[in-house]
Write a protein that binds this ligand. Structure first.
Ligand code: CO
Length: 218
């Protein structure tokens, strides 16, 4: 066997061992859940009854359930780069419709985070391919708030404000969606919230842009 082949095999073994660790973690997790509550998985098989839909960033540092202390079955989750809710995105729309029409969630949480790489990438002018197209709505938000954003001398602070403005825009997108408007029209309780998570403190800030009915911003 050539030296190169040997190296390749050993690298592959190393990669597979990483996955072994995940499988071990999974077995320990399932056993722990059962030890604490023998009926845990059986109940979840029967049905899920989440009261919240989380629309958040794909960022690995923003694990939805963990941040808000919710167990499996309690949070319906949609994540994408920079927590967007684009009115033409079939993936997001399908999640939203299922959450509202079938699961009847009571709250939609749009959760951005400071230091978002997606928001920064939208603004740095570098070409990355497909993701530039995905991030286009953020450049629109930045354009609409050009004057305010220009008042920030510090780039990080400016981008953090853009993270907030992006969340506010996505809340607006969700609240003006036809599935949401129909839910309100039939009297279904539903509100849409805009939150931002801080990577450095682990804390969520409510941006105070909750919409709880047609044209009822609070
Ligand atoms: Co992000």
């Amino acid at each position: 066997m050539r030296e190169g082949q040997k190296l390749q095999i050993s690298a592959t073994m190393k990669l597979l061992r990483m996955l072994d660790q995940l499988k071990q973690n999974n077995r320990a997790w399932a056993e722990g859940k059962l030890a604490a509550d023998p009926g845990f998985f059986q109940r979840l098989v029967a049905q899920q009854q989440p009261e919240y839909l989380w629309i958040g960033c794909s960022d690995s540092r923003v694990p939805a359930n963990e941040i808000v202390g919710l167990a499996p079955g309690e949070l319906f989750v949609h994540r994408n780069v920079a927590n967007l809710a684009p009115p033409q995105d079939a993936n997001y729309l399908s999640v939203l419709q299922f959450a509202i029409d079938v699961l009847k969630v009571k709250h939609v949480l749009v959760v951005g985070h400071y230091g978002c790489g997606g928001v920064a990438a939208a603004m740095d002018g570098r070409r990355r391919g497909l993701v530039d197209h995905w991030l286009h709505p953020i450049r629109e938000v930045a354009h609409d708030h050009k004057a305010e954003l220009a008042t920030f001398a510090d780039e990080r602070e400016r981008l953090n404000r853009l993270c907030e403005l992006n969340v506010i825009r996505q809340v607006k997108n969700v609240a003006t969606d036809v599935f949401v408007e129909e839910a309100w029209a039939r009297g279904q309780p539903l509100s849409v919230h805009g939150w931002v998570y801080s990577l450095s403190t682990g804390l969520i800030t409510d941006l105070g842009v909750t919409v709880a009915g047609p044209a009822s911003p609070r």
